[in-house]
Each structure stands twice: as C-alpha cells, then as structure tokens.
Design a protein around this ligand. Structure first.
Ligand SMILES: [Zn+2]
Length: 182
C-alpha cells in the first residue's frame, strides 16, 4: 500500500473511531437498562427495556429510533403499539429504574443503623429494602413493574444492615443482637 493510501485508511479509521466514541457508544449507554413506564393500555406500571443497540446504530445514522426489547407485559401483549416509547423519548433517564431508586434513597437514612445514604453504588454494596413483613429484600429480587408499590411500602436499609439482617433471620445463633443498637 502506498503512503497516501495508507494515510487515507488511517484517517478514515480514526474518524470512524471518533464517531463511535462520541456518538454511537454514548447513545448505547443512554438507552440500555430497565425502565419503568406507565402502560398506555391499562395505565399501570410496566418494566421495559429499549433495544439499545438499535437506538445506538440509528443515532449514528442521524435519527434515533426507539423500539422495545422486552416488556413485563409480554408475551401476552407482544403486539402492542409500543406507545410508551414516547415517555422514554421525553425523559430517557427519568424512567430508569436505578435512577428512580437512587433518588428515593437520597435524604433518607438506614432504618437500622441510621446512616444517611450518599451516592448509591449499584455495582458493589448496593442498598436494600425492609419490607412490611420485617424481612430485608435485595433489589435483584424486586420486579421493576412493582417499583412504585415497593417504594411506598418498604423502608431503606444499607448494605451492611441487610447482610446482618439476612444472617440474623437465617442463622440467629451467629448474630445475637445488633451490637450498635442501644
Ligand atoms: Zn444500616
């Protein structure tokens, strides 16, 4: 390959990489994740996931096209018109389940140890919930479409206390009492 041809190839590759990094990848990151919407058909909460790859590719082509990948009301209502997509287009991060949950923790404290919640880290030491039955629940056991009900009926619990509570209920002989409780 001649030097000018090589230059063209390298320049093209760099432009493509820049475009991927600045346009396509952010569009992918923005659209992935579980979201909570109000289903226009029955006005009840439903958990949906946007096809993030499709959204990213179409953003790269100049016009973002949203389509659903999953919905908690499928497969029964698989042929719905996906009208809820207008809610996601209007507020892409607002309906993200994790951002909704993170906001809920802000300004609250753990019901057991009283520690205030700062920024929520979902990758490690994620907080939990205390249900009306007195048991702590981890987020992976919460169905997204039940989020409004869960946030209304549960109390915030920090990761440490969730672990202690889980131990206390499953192996009471290991944890006699909460040492920090007066
Ligand atoms: Zn705690």
């Amino acid at each position: 390959m001649s030097a000018p041809a090589l230059f063209v190839v390298v320049a093209f590759a760099l432009t493509a990489l820049y475009f991927l990094a600045r346009v396509v990848v952010p569009a992918f990151l923005k659209h992935r994740g579980k979201r909570l919407i109000t289903c226009p058909e029955n006005q009840a909460p439903a958990a949906v996931e946007v096809d993030a790859m499709h959204a990213a590719v179409t953003t790269g082509l100049g016009h973002t096209v949203l389509q659903l990948n999953t919905c908690s009301r499928w497969p029964e209502r698989r042929d719905c018109g996906q009208e809820c997509l207008s809610q996601i287009a209007a507020s892409p991060t607002g309906c993200l389940v994790r951002s909704t949950a993170s906001q809920w923790y802000q300004g609250q404290s753990c019901v057991f140890c009283g520690k205030a919640f700062g920024e929520i880290h979902w990758m490690e030491h994620q907080p939990a919930l205390l249900g009306p039955d007195g048991r702590t629940v981890k987020w992976s056991d919460v169905r997204a479409e039940t989020l409004p009900e869960v946030l209304a009926t549960h109390k915030p619990v920090c990761w440490n206390c969730h672990i202690v509570e889980t131990l206390r209920t499953s192996r009471p002989e290991l944890v006699a009492e909460r040492p920090w409780k007066q």
